[in-house]
Design a protein around this ligand. Structure first.
Ligand SMILES: [Zn+2]
Length: 391
């Protein structure tokens, strides 16, 4: 069995240990030490990283009471090694994890809900409860959790005897074989947990519930505590400051300013659609009667505008009227109609010759083309020759 230094003291960052075993595996060397401060994954908290004699420890796991440290390079069995864990990462996890206990303890006491899931992701921590908690109640939980931080109460662990354990009320996600390690947060929570935590709630710093969503009949919270919460606040504040400057609005009035800009954008879009439709009508008015085909090239028109032109053009020509919008660089969208040819049948040939995608009804088709204008014009002005069969 490996002696677990993190059980005794979660603040041990550097320690010396004896190498008791090394095994080679496809993903690296599994190093065993007589004692370790490296926490293996457990209780929702990921494994520590760090170094053994300067060699990186990329992962740590526990099996049958032994803790295996995964390294790329082996160390010698029997040697005394100096080890260090990545303390900043570990401390932030301790802040988040202890914050999670406080929130879970509060939700249990206030609403009777159990924590049924806990995950420390790369962006935030998620906590799942088996009952729904609305936003107002979550604000209350958040306030009380931060009050627990201000009270700076003691956080400690114990391994009670079975008889004592039976009398103790504590939260637990699963039935535990063997010794149960209880983590106590004075006045707030008692929970079975194997992970390291901070020793006083004041070290957690800010506890911030970032959001909530309905999840499996309950609720999933996204949460950050301590330095991670500070980083998140800074990131979001920088973003709001930028929006605030772009919109010339006070930081706490940006939502109203964005809403105003979106309304302006909507009315601008409606105005442009009206102008396009007027421009399309005017283009349609300028079409001349012909026995041949009509091709109209525009830019910035949508299908609705192109349809206005084609609807008029099919009555003025003896062949096909096609209207295009776009450029050689970006490609074209088009609508083509005819009272003389089956456009649906023709679309296969159009797609293959002009690198197109699209289709429609015998009277009218629409789609996009990647061919250049010259190629498109040559094709459509000679349409009759190409599609004699369909007459
Ligand atoms: Zn815990």
């Amino acid at each position: 069995m490996t002696e677990k230094l993190y059980y005794r003291d979660s603040y041990i960052t550097d320690f010396s240990a004896e190498v008791t075993g090394v095994e080679k595996h496809p993903n690296g060397y599994y190093v065993l030490l007589d004692k370790t401060a490296f926490f293996p994954e457990g209780g929702g908290q990921p494994a520590d990283t760090g170094v053994i004699d300067g060699i990186s420890v990329t992962d740590v796991f526990e099996k049958d009471g032994f803790i295996f440290h995964i390294t790329d390079i082996p160390v010698n069995v029997g040697e005394e090694v100096s080890c260090a864990i990545d303390w900043e990462k570990r401390f932030r996890r301790m802040q988040n994890h202890t914050g999670e206990h406080i929130i879970s303890g509060l939700c249990h006491r206030l609403f009777g809900f159990e924590n049924v899931g806990f995950h420390m992701g790369s962006e935030f921590v998620t906590i799942d409860f088996n009952g729904f908690i609305d936003k107002r109640d979550l604000r209350r939980v958040e306030y009380l959790a931060n009050e627990a931080v201000c009270k700076n109460v003691r956080v400690y662990s114990s391994f009670p005897e079975i008889s004592e354990l039976e009398k103790t009320e504590y939260r637990s996600k699963k039935d535990i074989d063997g010794d149960v390690r209880l983590v106590h947060i004075e006045g707030y929570d008692v929970c079975a947990c194997c992970a390291p935590h901070v020793s006083r709630t004041g070290e957690i710093g800010l506890i911030k519930i970032l959001g909530s969503e309905k999840y499996k009949g309950g609720v999933r919270l996204s949460v950050l505590c301590g330095f991670d919460a500070l980083c998140d606040v800074n990131k979001k504040y920088d973003n709001i400051a930028e929006i605030s400057s772009l919109l010339s609005a006070k930081p706490d009035e940006t939502a109203a300013a964005v809403s105003r800009v979106l309304n302006e954008l909507q009315s601008g879009k409606r105005e442009i659609a009206g102008l396009k439709s007027a421009l399309a009508s005017s283009t349609a008015d300028s079409l001349k009667e012909t026995q041949g085909n009509i091709c109209v090239f525009t830019d910035g028109f949508d299908y609705d505008a192109l349809r206005i032109i084609v609807n008029r053009g099919v009555n003025l020509c003896g062949g096909v009227c096609a209207a295009f919008s776009g450029s050689d660089e970006n490609g074209y969208i088009f609508i083509a109609g005819s009272k003389h040819f089956d456009m649906q049948k023709a679309s296969k040939e159009i797609n293959s010759k002009l690198l197109g995608r699209g289709g429609g009804r015998p009277e009218m088709i629409q789609g996009s083309l990647k061919a250049g204008r010259l190629q498109i014009e040559t094709f459509f002005y000679n349409f009759k020759d190409n599609f004699v069969d369909f007459e």
